[in-house]
Design a binder for this molecule. Sequence first.
Ligand code: ADP
Ligand code: ZN
Length: 727
Amino acid sequence: MGQTARRVKVLLPLPLAGAYDYLLPEGLDAETGAFVRVPLGNRVINGVIWGPGDEGGVAAEKLKEIEAVLPVPSLPEANRSMVDWMAGYYLCAPGAALRMMMSVPAALEPPPTKTAYRGIDASPPGDIKLTSARRRVLEVAGDGFARSARALGEEAGVTTGVIKALASKGALETVAIPDLGRFEAPDPSSSGPDLSGEQEDAANGILAKIAADDFSVSVLDGVTGSGKTEVYFEAIAAVLKAGQQVLVLLPEISLSSQWLSRFNARFGAMPAEWHSDLSPPGRRRTWRAVAEGRVRVLVGARSALHLPFSNLGLIVVDEEHEPAFKQEDGVAYNARDVAIVRAHKGGIPIILCSATPSLETVLNVAEGRYESFLLQNRHGAAVLPSTEIIDITKDKPGRQKWVSPVLRDALVETLKAGEQSLLFLNRRGYAPLTLCRTCGHRIACPNCSAWLVEHRFTGRLQCHHCGYAARKPQSCPECGDTDSFAACGPGVERLQEEVSQFLPDARVELVTSDTIHSPAEAAAFVSRMQNNEVDLIIGTQIIAKGFHFPNLTLVGVVDADLGLAGGDLRAAERTFQLMQQVSGRAGRGEQPGRVFLQTANPATRVIQALSKGDRDGFVEAELHERQLAVAPPYGRLAALIISSHDEGIADNLAAAFGRQAPRSDGLLILGPAPAPISLLRGRFRRRLLLRAERGVSVQKVLTDWLSRINIPSNARVQVDVDPYSFL
Ligand code: ADP
Ligand code: ZN
């Protein structure tokens, strides 16, 4: 071992307690943040140098040496602080947070090469017949640049076959070039549309934040269709002009073809994308291009937040209130909140966009931590839709029907007028429950405490929690009676059946995660809408946000009470947001829109507020209630979910947590109690909920609590700080 070997800490992307010391041998040069390959037990693994080692720790002779420094830019300081922050705040292993940043191991290796073609110095071999296509290729390739067959083919206007043939005859030279991918730079110089007065005020306010070149949170709070996107495009242009990168987080990136086309129209290039539908080579190229600064604007789902941006200048979180930003599995974190931390660590501005900001954000604005910019009118001639409440206890849909006569008439009228409608029901499948009429038996999931949902298109009963699926049985497993099953309640498939009775000629399209599986399918659906090939959409929440269909003038919400049923902390808030969002799809063009909300509880606060368009009144009343309840955003919550395949073990461990529960002023512990989904994927689940006043360090309380209890290997304890789901 050389004299000058340096002791460093290396954090590995594994759920371990912390970083381990390694020796950086003489001759290897690496800074903090460098990606390195190290031995661990009998394998080798990639990690990141986290800082100087612990000189007083393990004897240097016992330390293992770093094997290699990987040929990729170091993990930026802001990312490293984000890992430490997540570990401290969400009480996850730092390696678990780091793993999210190292999700593409192949990106750390030298990029693979691909074959490229360029012209030869000599004139082409004499025996080659020079067709005009071949001549064009040689002309383009003559500039000496090596191009992929595809790029060369595009430029010369020929198929790749022509190029390969020329190469095989020796008229083109082949070379191996690194496969880095093509990331065109968006052009910020073209000016966008003329902004309205409101838009311009908001844009100027936000541009001032960008010019300040420091951390700030701007809330772009504008009604649906007010042109928030155009406003933040101005901010993106400014950051691009300054030579920095931009990250845009969207809740459903795979449904965002319209957003991508708008971006392309404005900036003359597509942004890079980051979502689960990327191919492995696409992920590798994008990850590396972000690290090397070749990606200028990246739009993605929450995981995009963990990419190693080398020169990030702005983050935009669109639809900041969306529960989709909350990750429930693995490290439970809220990407909106972590994005704010990332902006803070990087000293850059962040924009939160919404037509219905979360109460957390509303309070942060009220207390002066965030600055809000308002857009109160729809763009151009468009006006906000009118909202009508349908009391289905009076305007009854009829037996085994779900569309009330008033809504039915409106759908018929809209079809006659050649306009489009949307029926919204947040339930996939045909019926949420299948019941035996003879004995009352309900068909449940064998792995979860949940009913199986009938899907008629696939002819199966499905569990929406674990994915279990089975054929519908011929006879009741309980009483053996045949043909005794009844479908209870509606799903979108059943609505389609109902609609076909009164709109037999309408072109109806179901839009759910069962019918749209990829960005390409979403884009195809969008173009069918834009070409007026669809009269009526029946959809779940995936249709609620972002889409801009100018000819869609009617929105009918089949069951506005659905989200209120569970009654959790945010049920009313979420219902308000979702209803506003889905209502916001109506009347975005020249024709005004109409919204009908079917409810059995027209007097509830949320329904009343929706009917009057009284967002401020609703928010104020909700906040007041939360304050009285010491609930977020006035209080803090953390959940412990204890689970095991063995019910006794889950119960015993939950009881131990209950006995050891911290007791102090400003703290309240609820539980242990069986979770509402007390069996999930075969695991028995128990919950405890900690509620604390804002000044309490929930992390400290939780750490102490967890340290007092031995967790057996056949049980699991999930910590969920700032929980969104209480199931
Ligand atoms: P939001 O995101 O607030 O719901 P969008 O940004 O989608 O609203 O804007 C709604 C529609 O209005 C889009 O088709 C958009 O292109 C158009 N629009 C918004 N602002 C302008 C503007 N200043 N000039 C022209 N068109 C605009
Ligand atoms: Zn299940």
